[in-house]
Structures are given as structure tokens and as C-alpha cells.
Design a protein around this ligand. Sequence first.
Ligand code: PMP
Length: 355
Amino acid sequence: MVYNFNAGPSILPKEVFEQASRAVLEYNGTGLSILEIGHRTALFQEVIDEAMATTRELMKLDSDHEILFLHGGASTQFFQVPMNLLNESETAAYLDCGTWGKKAIKEAKLYGKIDVVASSKDKNYTYIPKGYTVPKEAVYFHYTTNNTIEGTQMHAIPDTSIPLVADMSSDILSRVMDFNRFALIYAGAQKNIGAAGVNMVIVRKDILGRVNRSLPSMMDFREHIAAGSLLNTPPVFAIYVCMLTLRWLKQLGGVAAIEAINDRKAALLYDTLDHLPIFRPTVAKEDRSKMNVVFVMEDEALEKEFLAECKANGMVGVKGHRSVGGFRVSLYNALPLASVQALTELMNEFALKKA
Ligand code: PMP
């Protein structure tokens, strides 16, 4: 038995693995593998249509928002977003609340003026900054909803009238939100949406078309919208896996249903951490992420030993990011509650042994 707590690419539902494997051998009785069908065939059109329709339904998106499946990972959005939204003379506001947000800021600076409205760098990004104001002249306000590496999460949508742009790579579809409040959302697929190799971008059409720079076609959101995400050959298999994962989520009851399960997983793990003094969660309590739980051990010397225990019990992906150390346990949508139960049992046993 393997318990997969990887931070991404990460666990996907078992049914998705089974269906995707079958489709590699033969897709839907066609005699063809999913890997050898043309992206402009009716067969693939059905796949991408279902992926888009299910996303719209799950996120309750209105007709002003377009859904795109693009290449390049979330990191491409760090520059594609300002390229499409920000003129050189204009200002965009950014929140500096983690490693990925910092990277987004670096790239955005290539395209316009960036006002970093607040930062939690002073405490190694272990909390979410609060009490900042977003300048009125900002064209948009960018933030990362969940900081995958540091384990913090923004639990409320910021209260501002400035168009919101969010990197939701590591918590999209994990909790109910008013997704229509966002002018643009992007997320790499490899955590809650599906397989690596594709990005989901959700954009409100009215924010596009106001920049005065020339955009290469592949970088222009409007071109991708016009082409229905088929401007060039898309990552067909990755989109297929997204469609299967989205279908799985819909069948399970949608975002509210998965949120209830995610809440139980996170509560169980944090309660265990809070009750066992040998472990110490590293982030401010009110900003704890329900997707990536980061903690260290009071006695650093025990970390190697606990890690070995995890390995011996089939628990993979629990080692913290190299920049933070300790442990990081990812609780994405497809991770069953039983995996968290197994891990917390191991933690309890380990703590008892060391008491
Ligand atoms: N943003 C966040 C919040 C992430 O967690 C990651 C990757 N883990 C990225 C951006 C970068 O994604 P990609 O590797 O797909 O470029």
C-alpha cells in the first residue's frame, strides 16, 4: 500500500488512472489510442467540450468568463498575464506571500510597474499579510490563493474593487468560492485538475484587448479564446486526464462535496499536530493551508527517523520543500481521508515511542 502525499504532480483518483490507462490502449471502442487521435477530430472536440462544460458547471462560472487549456505550466502565466493585461506605463498590484508569488512579481516587472502592496517575507512567508490597501490606479491585483511550498492559504477573497487575478494552482476546485469575482484565474493542472502539461486559465473577456503591445499569437489570450484552446496542437492526453478528473469531481457531488472531505482531512491532520508536542506546524494558525500542511519536529534529529518510518509504511511525498525543510503533506482532492488516518496513526505511535 502506498500513500501518496506528493505536492504535484500528485495523486489523482484511481478511476482516472484506470480510465486513462484504458484510453491509451483504446479510446472508446474506436480502435485508436487517445495518443493517436487528431486534436481537430470530433473525438477530441468532445473531450475538450466536456472538460470546459464541467469546469463551468463546477465553478458556476458566468458567460463573461472564458475557459482555456494552455501549455507552459503556471509559470508561463507569470508573464503571459501581465503581457495581456498591463501596459508598460501602468501599475499592477501584487501580494508577496510565497515563493510562487515572488516569481510572479519578478516576471511581471518585465511588462509594467509593479506595486508590492504587502509581503510576509519577513517571517519566511509563514503568514498571509493583512491590512494592506490596493492602490486605486492598479490595473489588477495579483495573489496566490494557496502557497504550496510554505503551507499558507488565503481563506477569504480580498475586499477590493480592483480586478482580481489569482494563481490557484494548488487549491483550485478544493473549496467553494465565488469564482466570478475574479478577472483572471490560472492554475497548473497537476494537483487538483489532472495531469501535468496543461494549465487552466479562466478569464473575463472585458479585461482583454486594452494593452498596446504586439503579442505573439501563442501568447494572446484572445487568439486562444477565438480558437477554443485549439490554436495549435494542445496537450491532448493531459486535457483528457483533466476531463476525467473533472467528471470524477462532478460525480462526487462537486466542489462543496469535496470541500467537506478536504475539511475533515485538514482538521484531522492539524488536530494531531496540535496534540503532539514533538511536531510543530510552522505557519500562523489562521492562515493554515488545507491543501499543503507544513510542519517540523521540535527535535530536528528526529526528523530523519520519522521520515524513515513514513517510508517504511509506504508514505511518500512527505518531505518538506528544500527551502523550508521538515515535512509537507499535501491533501489534494484525490487524496482519500484514509491516507490521512494512516499518517496520523503513525504520528501518534511515533510520539508515544518517543515520549
Ligand atoms: N504557482 C503555484 C502556487 C504552484 O504551486 C506552482 C507549482 N507547484 C506553480 C505556480 C508553478 O507551476 P508550473 O510548474 O506548472 O509552472
